[in-house]
Design a protein around this ligand. Sequence first.
Ligand code: AN7
Length: 347
Amino acid sequence: MGILRHYEKLLPLTYKTPRVNLEEGSTPLIELPRVGARLGIRLFGKFEGCNPSGSFKDRGMVLAVAKALEEGKRAVICASTGNTSASAAAYAASVGIPCFVLLPAGKVALGKLAQALMYGAKVIAVKGNFDRALELAREGAERTGCAMVNSVNPYRLIGQRSGAWEICDFLGRAPDIHAIPVGNAGNISAYWAGYNVYADMGKIKALPKMYGFQAEGAAPLVTNKPCPNPETIATAIRIGNPVSAHLAKAAVKESGGEFNSVTDQEILEAQKLLASEGGVFAEPASCAPLAGLMKLKRENRLPENILVTMILTGNGLKDPDTAMTQVGSPIEIDDTPEALMKVLCQN
Ligand code: AN7
C-alpha cells in the first residue's frame, strides 16, 4: 500500500500532502539459515532491493517528494552515488515534475545510471567526487528554489524510519544487533530514530545495538575524520564526509554498538556468500554488514544465538559489472544432447 498509507499516523502528513505512491516498503525480511549457521546466529536480511527503484531510498523519497509538492516546489534536485538519483528520478516522473541529478563522473554503477536516464531525469556528471557534487547540488537548490531531496532534507530520514517499523512489526521485537552499511550516514540514523519511536510507543521492549559498516577506503566514521579521497568498489558508499555523521555517532553511542570497516575483498566475498548460500543478490555496498559480521565472528566478538538483522540496501542487479568480476563465464556447448550430457555428468 506504500509508506504514506501504511504508516500514515507516524508520518508528518496533512490533508494537503499528496499521497504519492509507488508501492514502496513492505520489503521481505528474509531468514538466511545457511549464512546464519556459519555465524552461529539467527540472521535475517531485509531486502530493500525489492523497492520500486531497487533500493531503500524510496522510503524517504516518497515523503520528500510529497512534501515538496505540498510546499509548492516545481522541481527536485539531488547529488548521488546512484541510488538516490534513481529514486528521485522515479518519484519525480510519477508526479510529473523535473528532476536534476548530480553524479560523480564515471563512478556510478551502470544500472543506476540507466535508471535515472530512463525515468527522464536531467543527469549531470560532475568531475569530482560525491561530496563535491553534494555541495554543488545544495548551491543549485538555493539559487533555483528546487526542492533538495538528499538526506539533508529531513523528510528523507523520517520516511526511512519505516524500515525499522516493518522489522519490529514482522518480528514482534527489535533485533539484538542491527547491522547496516554507512555512507552518508542517513539510514543508520533513520533506523535508530524509528526503533526509538516504537520503544516510546511501547511496541518494543528493548532497542537493538546499531552496528555501522563502512568500506576501508571510505571510512570517515571509523577513523573519526573526513576522508578527502574516498575509494571503494562499493561505489554507493564512496563518501568521505557524511552529512549525518553527528546523528550516526549518537545512534552508535546510545545503542552500545560500533562502527567498523571492511576491505573491498571482504565485501565481494560477502556478496558471493549471500547470493550462493542465501539466495539473495544484493549490491556490493549492501554486503558490507555481512562482511563485518564475518569479521566480528573471526575476532570472537559476535555473541552466539543472538538475533541479527542486516539491511540489504540495494539490488545486486544494479551493478552487474562488479558481480561479473567475481564469477566465471557460462559453459558453452554445441546444441546436442551428447554435449549436454557431458556437462551434466561431470561429477
Ligand atoms: C545501496 O545514492 O548516498 O549511509 O547518493 O546506495 O544513508 O548514505 C547511497 C547510499 C548504503 C548508504 N547502501 O546509506 C546515494 C547514496 C546503498 C546505498 C548506502 C547507500 P547512507
